[in-house]
Design a protein around this ligand. Structure first.
Ligand SMILES: C[S@@+](CC[C@H](N)C(=O)[O-])C[C@H]1O[C@@H](n2cnc3c(N)ncnc32)[C@H](O)[C@@H]1O
Length: 312
């Protein structure tokens, strides 16, 4: 590992040597692009110098780009306005050893997890605990739920999913032991709790080879999932800001195929496909929009089930 050092030699010896091809992220996230990341990653331009992700969430694309070594890890600017998420990432990057040892202790005591453990995590997240306690609770909660809901300080006991444990999932030791590898990967990145407008501001000064992924909350489904944070989300303002960076960097927008977005994002190329969405596995339309020409466009579209809907 390049960025993280360990005092506990026993722990160090148990950390796997590398992440493998199935390691696409280390927590679940509503609207996360983990399961379709390879399709989306093929539409990223080659030769990019910086990555800007104003709606970081599970960071699926940044993790993919960093793991492929396409961009210097110091050149990532990520933000999300979910403070529990960013606190978890801060603790993971800066106090990796303590976080991992405490999670391993919890796993030794509770195994894959149980209702009692989940309740403790909920109480910690809803209370006023120390940052490290909240980070641990965040991870425990995330591994023991299927709702993946961001709860705006209103985490719920009934989001516990016993089915995970019955299926031998939940708080798994080998996933905890992979956390240092992810910590190492994201350690150099600039990841902060900030509004998307502030993260996007980086796009103005990094040069034309910078790449910005705009994966905002989706209009319909995620309103319910993100709670109050999204109730007032202004898609007109988002689109206006995105288009103001149109000549300053490479932009990719991923969003649901609500007709209102067509007018909002006019001027971008729009590719459409249907995909099975979230835990409901409902077939839904999705748009991928770019302000750049995608190389081998026809081939990539047929390979990944997209159709060009609107040329720029
Ligand atoms: C669709 S998710 C991003 C998923 C991510 N690309 C992934 O692969 O997991 C949208 C994210 O936007 C964040 N968000 C919502 N409103 C925001 C705002 N005003 N500023 C910054 N982040 C915001 C949410 O917390 C959520 O994590």
């Amino acid at each position: 590992m390049r960025n993280i050092t360990f005092n506990d030699s026993n722990l160090k010896a148990n950390i796997p040597a590398n992440l493998n091809d199935k390691d696409l992220g280390f927590y679940k996230w509503v609207g996360g692009k983990k399961t379709k990341i390879n399709d989306i990653a093929r539409f990223v331009p080659t030769n990019i110098s910086h990555v800007i992700e104003p709606f970081a969430g599970g960071m699926a694309l940044s993790i993919n780009i960093a793991r492929r070594g396409l961009v210097d890890p110091n050149n990532f600017y990520l933000g999300d306005n979910n403070d529990e998420l960013i606190n978890f990432l801060d603790c993971l990057r800066i106090q990796t050893e303590e976080l991992v040892i405490r999670l391993l202790d919890i796993n030794a005591k509770y195994g894959l997890g149980c209702r009692e453990l989940f309740k403790k995590a909920v109480d910690t997240l809803n209370g006023q605990g120390a940052d490290m306690d909240k980070a641990i609770a965040f991870y425990v909660y995330n591994q023991l739920t299927t709702s993946y809901k961001l709860s705006d300080g209103d985490y719920k006991y009934n989001n516990f999913a016993p089915s995970l444990i019955n299926n031998n999932d939940g708080l798994k030791r080998h996933n905890i032991l992979k956390l240092p590898l992810y910590a190492d990967l994201i350690h150099p990145m600039d990841i902060k709790c900030r509004d998307y407008r502030d993260t996007m501001a980086f796009a103005g000064g990094l040069g034309l080879d910078a790449f910005m992924l705009v994966d905002s909350p989706y209009l319909d489904t995620e309103k319910a999932s993100y709670g109050e944070r999204c109730e007032t989300f202004d898609f007109d303002e988002l689109a206006k800001l995105v288009l103001s960076y149109k000549d300053k960097c490479n932009i990719m927008v991923t969003i649901d195929d609500d007709p209102s977005h067509l007018e909002r994002f006019a001027g971008l190329k729009i590719y459409r496909r249907e995909h099975y969405y979230g835990t409901s596995k409902k077939l839904k339309g999705e748009w991928l929009m770019t302000n750049y020409d995608v190389p081998c466009e026809e081939y990539l579209c047929s390979l990944n089930g997209f159709e060009l809907e609107q040329a720029a």
